[in-house]
Design a protein around this ligand. Structure first.
Ligand code: SF4
Ligand code: SF4
Length: 502
């Protein structure tokens, strides 16, 4: 196996390291708020009403959208309200949510899975359980797991991403340390589904305990566990594949196009829970860290519990804080800790508020170009993005930018480069969509004109044919009449001859 690195990227020490990486079970929340809008796809439709009693794991909303999964009650209790609430998303938008008040009993609804001896289940059945259990990518992407697995052909390698996507996040490390058996069984399930001959679990080289735990529980020759250098952004799918397998995923293509399936390690454990333990996804492990908490650690918490439910357990100081969902690099700032934890909430950063340095002019130092992990030229892109010249930015492969913020991080002028790139991409999408709409409108107009002209010509042709037909008919009728008159004249003549003879 090739074990390569990639150009660029940055090494950032964990900003708030802990001595022992634990998973602390958070108490059952008094209430949960479950958004019906998922990361992608349409909004789910509630199948419960206010006042209904629900059990933990019961489906409370669903949709026919293929890219969505059902939403389950994460506690047992009563549905108290269905209304619009602010959800943790960079748009700051509100979405319809179902609020459940706990009855304190945590009574579960029964679910069906394949059980411990899962090999008797076929792939389609397993994928059905995975979708029905509400599993999406827990690494932060939120892409539905079943959609990644359905219809797979020619997959030779399964890659399990055990790298933390950003410095400071510890939830996957905690999972590998404390649930190694379930992770390995999850990998076996995935191998059964995708038919790959081998699986590689990637673990960063600063996570020795996680590596040891996995090695201790792995007795399947098809599975290997590889240490990779701890470098941000090695968790990005394409880069991880390059580092682990030495294979480049071409621009504009996906991992599966080169026969590789990539799943996050927490998603893999959730798949094990769904298929073997018959449990839908109703909780997740969340890292709480940052300069604003005295006891950073990982908490297993029910989905829909508020951020403050677990932030309060991490011993926050009394300063004013800024709160960020996700990592320090690619996370999203949120207004308040009264937001619900959702499936993609892998980390909550609580920081003391600090004054941000002012942005200066670009001094053309080129440092941003050196750290870009996908080999772009951020300095050049910045120039085009700033001037809203998105066509030129696209020529410089703006679409490949993964918005990792490595360029921001090293920029001595503190220019928020990734924000410019995100804006330029959105602008380009809009311009392209507008252009597309204009093209479609023009095509529709041209087609209508063509259709009208064609109808006119067809009608004229039809009228000419009818006229011709009528002409022929009239000539026929005339000839017929002549024949009849001649016949009648003959009969008359014959009759006269006969009368004369008599
Ligand atoms: S790092 Fe900042 S200052 Fe240096 S070239 Fe890039 S954008 Fe300009
Ligand atoms: S944000 Fe984009 S341009 Fe900047 S380093 Fe990351 S991938 Fe490269």
């Amino acid at each position: 196996m090739l074990n390569q690195s990639f150009n660029g990227g940055i090494v950032i020490d964990s900003p708030h390291p802990v001595e022992v990486v634990e998973i602390i079970l958070a108490p059952l929340p008094d209430k949960v708020v479950l958004p019906l809008q998922q990361r992608i796809g349409g909004e789910a439709i509630p199948c419960v009403s206010v006042g209904d009693k629900v059990l933990t794991g019961q489906v409370i909303a669903k949709t026919d959208d293929y890219f969505c999964v059902p939403i389950h009650a994460s506690i047992s209790g009563t549905v108290v309200i269905i209304d619009d609430q602010t959800i943790p998303h960079k748009s700051g938008l509100r979405s319809k949510c179902i609020t459940i008040e706990s009855d304190g009993k945590d009574q579960w609804i029964e679910h069906t899975g394949c059980g411990v001896d899962f090999l008797h289940c076929d792939q389609a059945t397993m994928i059905k359980y995975i979708q029905a259990s509400g599993i999406v990518g827990l690494g932060g992407a939120g892409f539905p797991a079943h959609a990644k697995l359905e219809g797979i052909q020619d997959c030779h390698t399964l890659v399990i991403n055990g790298t933390e996507c950003e410095p400071g996040i510890m939830c996957d490390d905690a999972l590998m340390q404390h649930h190694p058996r379930d992770v390995i069984r999850g990998v076996e399930i995935l191998l059964h589904i995708c038919g790959a001959q081998r699986a590689v679990i990637a673990v960063e080289d600063d996570k020795q305990e996680a590596l040891n735990s996995l090695l201790m529980h792995c007795h399947d020759d098809r599975i290997s566990i590889e240490q990779i250098p701890t470098k941000y952004t090695s968790g990005a799918e394409k880069l991880l594949i390059k580092v682990l397998l030495g294979i480049e995923v071409p621009s504009g293509k996906f991992a599966i196009d080169i026969g590789v399936i990539c799943q996050n390690v927490s998603t893999t454990k959730a798949i094990f829970d769904a298929v073997v333990e018959n449990k839908p996804l109703v909780s997740r492990i969340v890292t709480v860290t940052g300069s604003g908490v005295k006891s950073p650690n990982n908490y297993e918490v029910r989905l829909g519990a508020s951020f403050e439910h677990i932030v309060s357990m991490a011993n926050p100081n009394t300063n004013h804080h800024s709160v960020r969902m996700g990592g320090m690099m690619m996370g999203v700032d949120v207004e308040t800790t009264r937001m619900p934890i959702c499936k993609i909430t892998n980390c909550i950063f609580v920081n003391n508020i600090e004054t941000k340095p002012n942005t200066q002019e670009c001094i053309r130092c080129g440092q941003c170009n050196q750290v870009c992990p996908v080999n772009l030229l951020p300095q050049q892109l910045y120039w085009y993005a700033k001037n809203e010249n998105t066509d030129k930015a696209m020529d410089y492969n703006l679409a490949d930018c993964i918005e990792c913020r490595c360029c921001d991080y090293v920029c001595p002028s503190h220019i928020p480069l990734a924000e410019y790139f995100s804006f330029a991409k959105a602008l380009h999408r809009k311009t392209t969509e507008d252009q597309y709409r204009t093209d479609i409108a023009r095509e529709r107009f041209e087609f209508r004109e063509y259709r009208l002209e064609r109808t006119k010509q067809e009608r004229a042709k039809m009228m000419a044919a009818k006229k011709e037909e009528l002409k022929k008919k009239m000539a026929n009728d005339k000839a017929q009449k002549g024949k009849i008159a001649a016949a009648m004249a003959r009969v008359k003549k014959t009759k006269k001859v006969s009368d004369d003879v008599q």
